[in-house]
Design a protein around this ligand. Sequence first.
Ligand code: DX5
Ligand code: ZN
Length: 214
Amino acid sequence: MIKVAPSILSADFGNLQCDVEEICNAGCDFVHIDVMDGHFVPNLTIGPVVISSVAACATKPLDIHLMVENNTFFVNLLAPLKPKYISFHIEEEKHPHRLIQKIRSLDISPAIVLNPHTPPESIEFLLKDLDMVLLMSVNPGFGGQSFIDSVIEKASRLNEMRNRINPKCLIEVDGGVSNKNIHLLKEAGVDVVVAGSYIFKHSNRQTAIESLQI
Ligand code: DX5
Ligand code: ZN
C-alpha cells in the first residue's frame, strides 16, 4: 500500500498543533516538513523552533525535505529533532556521498531529492547508500502547483534501477499529488506520496489520506 506524507506547508500555521494531530489521527504515515531558505528556492518556511513544536505533537515520524543551499548546516540544526528521513537536493550538493554517510551516522535515514529536470541516472552510484529517493513532480518552493506528468516515466525508470541496485530504497513523489494521479504513481512503482493542498483543502482529511493509500 502507498504510504502518505501530508505536507504541512498547506496547514493552518495559526493552528498547527490541531492540524498535525488531525492528520496523525487520520492515519497518515509520515509528517512531511518543507524547509526552505529563500535562496535555493524563492520562499521561506520554518526552522528548528517551529519544527520542534511539530515534533512534540506528531505521533507519526517526520519526513524533512530540505530546499536549502547549505545542506550540512541544516542537517546539523535539525538532527536533534530525530526525524525519520532527511532528504536533500542533489542539484545543491557538491559532496552527496559524504552527506549521505553523515545523515546515516546521526541515525537518520538519508534521502535524495531530484528536481523535475534531473534524470534518475544521475544518482545511480548513490542508490545503494540511500533509504529513499524523492522525485519532485512540481518545481520546489510552493504548494498548490500542477503535477508534472513526466515524473511518471521517471518513477518507472527509477523503479527499474532500484529493483536492480537497492530494492529496499523507497521512491517518494512530491507535488500536485491527488486521487487523479495516484493510480499512475502506483503503477510506476511509487511507495510514498507527499500531498499538501489535496489533503488540507479536502472537506474530510481522513478520506483524502485514505484515497491515496491504495
Ligand atoms: C513544494 C513542496 C511540497 C508541497 C506539496 O516545494 O516540497 O511538499 O508542499 O504541496 P502540494 O501537494 O499542494 O503540491
Ligand atoms: Zn516537500
